[in-house]
Design a protein around this ligand. Structure first.
Ligand SMILES: C[S@@+](CC[C@H](N)C(=O)[O-])C[C@H]1O[C@@H](n2cnc3c(N)ncnc32)[C@H](O)[C@@H]1O
Length: 407
């Protein structure tokens, strides 16, 4: 087993060139290269210097990327209609617990809560649980969701959640660092652009068998002080994740995604609930998708770690495999197909009839960006999890937005 060393040292500050040089020498003597998994974890969620901890606003025109909920409230409205429809179908248990993983600015949850309130679901009939590792983003989420509501912002006595408040629609809202801390009850789980930031291992097929791509200090003339190397021998990840036939030369696997899906499967089977996973990804066919984004452009993941988002396309086939014994899955279907099936075109036409002339252009461009195949319509996909016990029922009454696309 290789010894592993984070790149940020115990102070948590981003390393300067001098520190990097010292670390290079130390690394050579004491440790070795680290996995892409450990690199992603350190670069993204180190509590002091990680990309998501720096207080930077990464969303929108001034940031690094834009996500669907930030493009148009119609996106969150369609997700809310899906929640209402499926919750009714499953007997509308109250109070309904909503869990969102990695809520970013809180925009999706905000837009969902506005619609649920219109359908009479608000106040104590609802509780909102947010899984957010970044305290900086949790402040933005609270501002968005609890606007004008005086908060009881304190930690729980048992330290399960790290912040609590009340949403402007009157429901209790809590912030957690991990799903295992959230109450076990019937829940609607949402994950929008969350799975793509979970760390991956990158494995490569060689003539000697599977090897892992690692990140090492670059003492040569490389531009970033870091470089990719191939492990000399099989690693724990190559041993665990390369069972069975895979025709691909290179695969990316996320053990964190596997663990989370298994936890979701157990909770949904034992306590009831449904999950909607929305992300960019593929069905177990793509190979080389690890990349970084900065200022709306693709960026070298090894350059200036901590200043750019790191991501890899989600392998939806892999997620489905993790839950297949306990759950029934629907999708993935394309974002375009889900949103159109949920009635987004009708919603657009209604809004266009009511809106001010100057708002028309934005509404139409938002709709196009979310649904057109060449924009976000095809690359982004929706996958839903349901308890296996409702499989026959769902074959007769398929989930809204999915149209008989089940496994
Ligand atoms: C790409 S952003 C997506 C934000 C939002 N869902 C959206 O689509 O606009 C990823 C979010 O997940 C959070 N996050 C990343 N890794 C996490 C982890 N391991 N546990 C909990 N939250 C995490 C980030 O802080 C951020 O809120």
């Amino acid at each position: 087993m290789m010894r592993q060393l984070g790149w940020f040292g115990s102070t948590g500050k981003r390393l300067g060139v001098g520190q990097l040089q010292v670390l290079t020498r130390m690394t050579k003597r004491m440790a070795g290269p680290i996995t892409i998994h450990d690199y992603m974890k350190e670069v993204l969620i180190n509590p002091i210097s990680g990309y998501y901890s720096t207080g930077k606003d990464m969303f929108g025109a001034q940031g690094d990327y834009i996500t669907s909920p930030e493009i148009s409230p119609m996106f969150g409205e369609m997700v809310a209609i899906w929640i209402m429809s499926e919750w009714y179908k499953l007997g509308s248990p109250r109070p309904l617990q909503l869990v969102e993983f990695g809520p970013g600015r809180g925009t999706l949850m905000h837009d969902v809560l506005v619609v649920l309130k219109r359908f009479g679901l608000h106040g104590d009939d609802l509780s909102v649980q947010l899984i957010e590792v970044s305290e900086e983003l949790s402040v933005k989420q609270k501002n968005k969701l609890c606007d004008g509501v005086s908060s009881n912002e304190e930690q729980s006595e048992d330290e399960l959640y790290y912040k609590a408040s009340t949403t402007s629609t009157g429901s209790p809202v809590f912030w957690y660092r991990h799903l295992s801390l959230v109450p076990k009850t019937f829940t609607v789980y949402l994950a929008h652009e969350f799975f793509d930031v979970l760390p991956i291992h990158k494995l490569h097929k060689t003539k000697d068998g599977w090897r892992e791509i690692l990140i090492d200090m670059d003492e040569g003339n490389g531009p970033h002080h870091l470089r990719y190397v191939l492990s000399n021998n099989p690693t724990p990840a190559t041993k665990i994740f390369t069972e069975g036939e895979d025709t691909r030369e290179c695969i990316e696997v996320s053990p964190d995604a596997a663990v989370l899906c298994k936890e979701l499967a157990t909770r949904i089977e034992e306590d009831g609930g449904i999950a909607l996973i929305i992300d960019y990804g593929h069905n177990g066919v793509d190979t080389d998708t690890f990349r970084a984004f900065k200022n709306h452009k693709q960026h070298d993941p090894l350059c200036e770690p901590g200043t750019a988002d790191l991501t890899a396309d989600v392998d939806f086939d892999f997620l489905k495999k993790q839950v297949k014994e306990k759950l029934v899955t629907f999708g993935p279907v394309t974002q375009s197909s889900f949103l159109i099936n949920m009635g987004m075109e009708t919603r657009l036409h209604n809004l266009l009839k009511q809106c001010k002339p100057e708002e028309k252009k934005n509404l139409i461009s938002g709709f196009r960006m979310l649904t057109e195949p060449k924009q976000m319509g095809e690359k982004f996909k929706f996958l839903a999890f349901y308890p296996a016990v409702v499989k026959d029922f769902l074959l007769k009454f398929p989930p809204a937005g999915f149209i008989r696309n089940t496994d």
